[in-house]
Design a protein around this ligand. Sequence first.
Ligand code: SF4
Length: 443
Amino acid sequence: MKTYFVRTFGCQMNKHDSERIAGMLETELGLHEAETPEVADVVVFNTCAVREGAEERLRGHVSSLKAAKTGDNPDVIIAVGGCIGQRDGETLLSYLPHVDIVFGTHNVGSLPSLIASASESRSATVEVLSEGTEFASDLPSVREHPWHAWLPITVGCDNFCTYCIVPYVRGRERSRPIEEIVAEAEKLVADGVVEITLLGQNVNSYGRDLYGEPRFPEALRRVAATGVRRLRFVTSHPKDLSDETIAVMASVPEVCRYLHLPVQSGSNRILKAMNRKYTRESYLALVDRLYTEIPDLAVSTDVIVGFPGETDEDFEQTLDLIRRTGVDQAFTFLYSPRAGTPAAELENTVPREVMQERFDRLVTVVQSSAFAKNQRFIGTTQEVLVEGTSRRDDTVITGRTESNKVVHAPLPEGASAASLGGTFVRITIDEAQTWFLSGHFKG
Ligand code: SF4
């Protein structure tokens, strides 16, 4: 029996593409999932070019397969797709010569035929298209969790933030027709999915290219009405989050009271250099408006530390903004230049040790904000979607609240974790740590 292994780097869009890749390999090629890449007949790396770490990890993983290819597993087919495949195309073979297939972000659906031709010809195959016509959702899928589904509503991005490679590797923004989105959501719900996450590089600009069609608030309303229990969405660009979307979040119970709103910097000078098209004042006003309309909203953000030209004063403004917004979580990154982006050409780079020192201070502020915000849950009873058992203790379930908080609770006597996966349980919170809540089943 032939097997496959898919390793995913990067964002939710890549996770979604990987579920489609697994679906095609199973239904079109009849492959089964292998436990490790070393024993698989086909290994697919779905890559990310946004962060430096993901690129380095790809090189490490492909190199470690070299031993299998020159030893026990000479017929293994190694395919590299995603953003690095799209960006580098044939060049990728010059630094990773053991790769058999390079494909891009626009032709995920061609992978089965590329595998068939690579295994026949035993020579490297490169197929990277400059733009795509399909949404990966049209393809079969093997979902990581049967109760959760990613649902792309846009692909690509028109924003051209100066540090970001996405518009160059995912192309210009394209929106799916709303009827197609709703039909897919209905199918997912019928299939037992209880939580859907709408996906797009900037979901808030959904529909802008579908002249006269409904925009994002309407898409939220329509998908919420399909019978799904929880509806999430990522990512929101602060410049495009409308009052109407906030009103839908505040009034439609299926739409989770959780928002990921990347700020990247608290300094107007740096925001301008990043081409983010909002100011610290407008971001703070937006967050105020959100908390006014949705007082129990949980907010997370992204911050890049050490963008070229960032001074101590710029960074202090970032710290101040993070304190003032009271974030529940922040994904923090040290700036690293991405070849092909305008920021990669900027001089006045921040020394590594200065970046690291700022980063450490930011993490401390984020942790204290997250800890303080979690205290509000103590004594409350939360509806938790069970994801499985804790990695450390299989008698403790782990799941998430509507506000995306991880919750741990001991299994009640006689209950089995397997039967609770994907169900909603009520947990009373006894303790709040920085990154998780602990509690007990409400009787
Ligand atoms: S909004 Fe900016 S950071 Fe996000 S994908 Fe588009 S260009 Fe990249």
